[in-house]
Design a protein around this ligand. Structure first.
Ligand code: 7TS
Length: 400
């Protein structure tokens, strides 16, 4: 584990800052910023268009970035890795382009109560628009998908099952292999939201076998504005495009058009090359750390933070035990509102998120108005846990 705080310019220039909100977005190592700056200062042109060497170089950088990212997440056919703006756009792409073409009246869509709104609302809206039935799998009191209920919800009418790999609000690592097997046995396609998995777990998307897998670059040390949708080739080829315009066409007649090959069919318009280059540099950085070590480091900090927080009176930690969570600790402290807690922590330069974490259906099911959430990543250390614990103790003093 060689992630040094010094590798991250923002953290290096703020020695007292305890950044514990990486589930929202991660900080960026200098390697990522340098790669993007290098692209703009040496290689920038509109790819796939110009007949000149500079444009060919930009095209090559874009292609290389796709290859690097595909290799990092276990995708052998890199043309099936589509660049998007992020997980939200990836999931909307599937729910809209695949969903409108394949889901109809009386079909069923299965999701879970553990979803981020980005993997909840697009399916809800699709169901409402086409008259399909949205079935929502329950969550257990300790914040897991009720797998027995999931098994009964998925049936012959299920067209698609959509669920996250890791919950953003609680950190729960879901039994996605089992869930994918259940859905596939029923003939449904699977959409997996990997926004909180790709940054934190060793990942082999091909081996996992979901039909679609989505994640965001900005949560895994890459820039904002660049995410990924991976799809199975046969599914991507059979479905219509999401957006239309430049780059994604093969031939445009006056009254109809034909589509370019993958991945271009799903990448209409000028691509976001610099951010893709930045995300590839982030993958290289994580590769050097080794994802097994990244996971182990986060597990150590999550277990330590959980243990030390639970030693404070009135603290409750939500979700399964630390070994079954990503680097997330979601908690409350007696009657102190999580927003007040976050404000006190901020005064001590400890950044956490408080609220419903874009998971209102989950908070309703757990009967919680809000939680405080600390989330750990590669640049965090025990010093950050110390600061968090000291801040929670301080909040208890302030609020009596
Ligand atoms: N799915 C999950 C599981 C997420 O955690 C998030 C973002 C998204 C989808 C959407 O990703 P985006 O990059 O398109 O915004 N989660 C959070 C969070 O927990 N706090 O801020 C953003």
């Amino acid at each position: 584990m060689t992630a040094k705080r010094a590798d991250f310019p923002l953290l290096a220039s703020s020695p007292g800052l305890h950044y514990l909100d990486s589930a929202a977005t991660s900080q960026k190592p200098r390697a990522v910023l340098d790669a993007m700056m290098h692209y703009y200062t040496h290689d920038n042109a509109n790819p796939h268009r110009g007949a000149y060497a500079l444009s060919a170089r930009a095209t090559d950088r874009y292609h290389q970035a796709r290859e690097t990212i595909a290799a990092f997440v276990g995708v052998r056919d890199s043309a099936c890795l589509i660049f998007t703006r992020g997980t939200t756009e990836s999931l909307n792409l599937v729910a809209t382009a695949w969903g409108r073409a394949n889901v109809g009246r009386d079909d069923e869509i299965v999701i879970t109560g553990l979803e981020h709104h980005a993997n909840f609302v697009p399916w809800q809206q699709l169901a409402n628009a086409v008259g399909a039935k949205l079935r929502i799998c329950d969550v257990t009191a300790d914040g897991r998908v009720d797998i027995d209920q999931f098994r009964t919800l998925v049936g012959p009418r299920t067209k698609v099952a959509a669920f996250n790999h890791v919950s953003n609000a609680l950190g729960t690592i879901n039994p996605v292999r089992e869930m994918i097997a259940i859905a596939h046995a029923a003939g449904a396609i699977v959409v997996c939201d990997g926004a909180q998995a790709a940054p934190h777990l060793p990942l082999d998307i091909d081996a996992l076998g979901a039909d679609f897998y989505a994640f965001s670059g900005h949560k895994m040390l890459g820039p904002m504005g660049c995410g990924v949708l991976v799809g199975k080739r046969a599914v991507l080829e059979a479905m219509p495009p999401y957006q239309t315009g430049g780059d994604m066409i093969e031939y445009v007649a006056d009254d109809r058009s034909t589509w370019n090959v993958l991945p271009h069919k799903f990448e209409a318009g000028t691509p976001n090359v610099a951010d893709a280059v930045g995300l590839a540099a982030a993958c290289d950085y994580l590769q050097q750390l080794g994802m097994a070590d990244v996971r182990a480091h986060e597990q150590t900090l999550t277990a330590l933070a959980t243990e030390r927080l639970l030693a404070i009176p009135e603290v409750a930690v939500y979700g399964p035990p630390p070994a079954e969570r990503s680097g997330v600790v979601s908690f409350t402290v007696g009657q102190i509102h999580p927003h007040d807690l976050a404000t006190i922590l901020d005064e001590l330069d400890v950044c956490i998120r408080a609220g419903h974490h874009c998971a209102q259906p989950l908070m309703r099911r757990l009967n919680l108005p809000a939680t405080a959430r600390a989330s750990f990543y590669v640049y965090n250390s025990e010093a950050d846990v110390d600061a968090l614990v000291a801040g929670v103790q301080r909040a208890r003093e302030v609020f009596g």
